[in-house]
Design a protein around this ligand. Structure first.
Ligand code: X8Z
Ligand code: ZN
Length: 625
């Protein structure tokens, strides 16, 4: 999503707002006047920038690309000027809130060079890499093309190893042409980061967590050490089951799992292959997690929209079909909205329904990757998605709405505080809500008619862990790669080799066919060309269990954590809302403490949730030895 880490999406009005620093010692009143002016300028810049970016992602063409590049250039210039001016107040004793705004302004610096020519070059590259990803397609020998949304569906549902390899290789070819531009993009960002006093852009990215970059890295490693043993058990179990299904195609001597077999284009979440790895013990096998895709299709169809499956490329299908897809997609979003309103949140504004992009338009390229927006930073909330009726999108809808409800909750804060407590919080809200999509909740809303007994918890937990636990080392590998690219530890000549070394090290997955430096596989993952930091999702996977537990407690729930749903609990909603309204106005540790009682990233609740599964996996793996 486009969260205006204050400085990312800004633009315009620089010369109108920047003022010549005076030589007299500055006062608190001057600092206040400066911050008022900065907040106003950043608000306008973020709004202008979001309008342009929205167009660039929903109408990909040369003009929208040039416009968004220009606004980002102006926005970065504004931020750099404001940061420079803010240093005038470095030695002034300021009230806590004002000092924090100054600090956030400075640590949120864009990794952008002062030199106008270099800055323009950087923003052009950023826009064109985003556009290249959005336009990316895999076309087979017969000329049939698939965009990323079609590729995702194919990778989720296909169970033929050769077919999977073909489409995997096809989609990954999207990255190769980006390689040179990406290399230059990194160089330019590093020039900017160094000008701000950072070692490199990775150092700058890791500075935004109310602790030093080194402390932050240590926190991440500490949390991973808590969770890695569970991941290893899951990996061992899944690998065995894949070998049972695919034989030699899954059986690598080095113990890696071939990445194309995991039900996801990037092997980042594995829930889609639940059918392949489900428990075989009949006592457990009888309990199948609710087939949400079927249940949703049925319930939405009952609302009088027939669901069609569009397997052809965008452009196929009639107007009528498109209308039905849109109506079904809106229904999907309404499930998410009604969860939030059950907690006491106001419904989404009318403009949300008018301005969002819910389905893939038939006539043009768009960036399909889901994102949530608050274009005017107040109430022009939108999502941009290419929704299909299935499990993954059901979760993603809740994820995106988490962003939107957060954005609206902090819209009374000064602009500099209109952000998540940290970026991991922003990514965790909707996911924490989605953890409440338990069988009992699904029964309440008519998506299943039976609530399974306690013995069904293992199958259900396995389904959830395939998404939640499997994801952790993917997120770590991705940003470790990027941090090492930024620091120069990984040289451009080794981009792809290092990518797979890290994927193997953290995830234990390997590419289906030999890769070389003629490939650029990181480019086939949206967050690399679009330059969205990724460790935020690692944090979010962990925070979401902390938030979920806190809301379960607030709702008065007693019982095993994985069976809690706080749907309809105003007490849980109030607790959540307090956290959301604070935005980034205080250190995240304080926000977390108010919400959960703990002031640090803690894998405890996640381990508590999966404790029964962890034991079961250990038994399965021991027995299989
Ligand atoms: O990018 C996203 C969201 C938008 S912020 C759909 N996610 C990551 C991804 O898709 O790679 C959510 C999970 C991880
Ligand atoms: Zn998100």
């Amino acid at each position: 999503m486009r969260i205006p880490s204050v400085l990312l999406a800004c633009s315009l009005v620089v010369s109108a707002v920047a003022q010549k620093p005076s030589t007299a010692p500055p006062t608190v009143a001057e600092a206040k006047a400066f911050l008022d002016r900065a907040n106003a300028a950043l608000l306008k810049a973020a709004t202008d920038g979001s309008h342009a970016e929205w167009l660039a992602e929903t109408y990909i063409n040369e003009d929208s690309e040039a416009t968004t590049a220009l606004l980002n250039e102006q926005g970065s210039k504004l931020s750099l000027d404001l940061i420079e001016e803010s240093h005038r107040f470095d030695k002034v004793t300021l009230p806590t809130e004002m000092r924090r705004q100054m600090m956030l302004l400075q640590v949120g610096a864009p990794a952008a060079p002062h030199d106008p020519k270099l800055l323009a070059e950087e923003t052009r590259l950023a826009a064109s890499l985003t556009g290249a990803y959005g336009k990316g397609k895999y076309c087979d020998a017969s000329g049939k093309c698939m965009g990323v949304d079609d590729v995702d569906t194919f990778m989720a549902k296909t169970r033929d190893a050769n077919e999977l390899t073909k489409v995997w290789v096809g989609w990954h070819s999207v990255g190769a042409p980006m390689r040179k531009d990406y290399e230059r993009f990194i160089e330019l960002q590093n020039i900017g980061a160094k000008e701000q006093g950072y070692k490199d852009t990775g150092d700058l990215w890791r500075a935004g967590y109310d602790m030093t970059p080194a402390q932050f890295s240590a926190e991440v490693n500490r949390a991973w050490a808590q969770l890695e043993p569970l991941y290893r058990e899951l990996h061992t179990y899944v690998r065995h089951r894949l070998i049972a299904k695919y034989g030699a195609a899954a059986d690598r001597k080095d113990g890696m799992i071939p990445a194309q077999l995991l039900g996801n284009t990037w092997a980042q979440e594995w829930g889609n292959i639940y059918d392949v790895v489900a428990p075989t013990d009949p006592k457990l096998a009888q309990f199948k997690p609710v087939n949400l895709e079927a249940a949703l299709s049925r319930q939405i169809a009952e609302k009088d929209h027939r669901i069609f499956k569009i397997t052809d490329s965008p452009g196929a299908g009639s107007d009528e079909l498109q209308k039905q897809k849109l109506a079904a997609a809106e229904d999907m979003v309404k499930y998410g909205e009604s969860f939030f309103t059950s907690l006491g949140f106001q419904p989404l504004p009318k403009t949300f329904w008018e301005r969002s992009q819910f389905v893939h338009p038939r006539d043009r390229d768009v960036v399909c990757h889901a994102s949530a927006w608050d274009v005017d930073q107040v109430e022009d909330l939108r999502v941009k998605m290419c929704i299909e009726v299935n499990d993954d999108y059901f979760t993603t809808v809740h994820h995106e709405l988490g962003h939107n409800f957060y954005q609206r909750a902090y819209n009374q804060q000064p602009m500099i505080f209109r952000s998540g407590a940290n970026d991991g919080f922003h990514e965790a809200i909707g996911d924490a809500i989605a953890l409440s999509i338990t069988p009992s909740y699904l029964k309440k809303i008519g998506l299943t008619d039976s609530e399974p007994p306690a013995e069904a918890d293992i199958p259900l937990q396995l389904r959830t862990a395939l998404d939640k636990i499997a994801f952790l080392p993917f997120a770590l590998a991705l940003d470790t790669w990027r941090w090492q690219v930024f620091s120069g530890e990984i040289k451009p000549a080794d981009y792809n080799k290092a990518w797979w070394q890290l994927r193997e090290k953290y995830q234990g997955v390997a590419p289906p066919v030999e890769r070389s430096e003629a490939d650029f596989d990181p480019g086939a993952k949206m967050h690399v060309p679009s330059n969205v930091p990724y460790v935020r999702y690692f944090l979010a996977r962990i925070y979401q269990f902390q938030f979920y537990k806190a809301m379960c407690d607030a709702s008065g729930y007693k019982g095993p954590l994985n069976r809690c749903s706080f749907y309809g609990s105003k007490a849980a909603g109030d607790k959540l809302n307090t956290m959301l309204m604070a935005g980034q106005s205080q250190p995240w540790q304080q926000t977390l403490k108010t919400m959960t009682g703990s002031d640090h990233l803690d894998a405890g609740p996640m381990m508590e949730y999966f404790a029964p599964l962890y034991n079961w996996l250990k038994q399965q793996n021991a027995a299989a030895k």
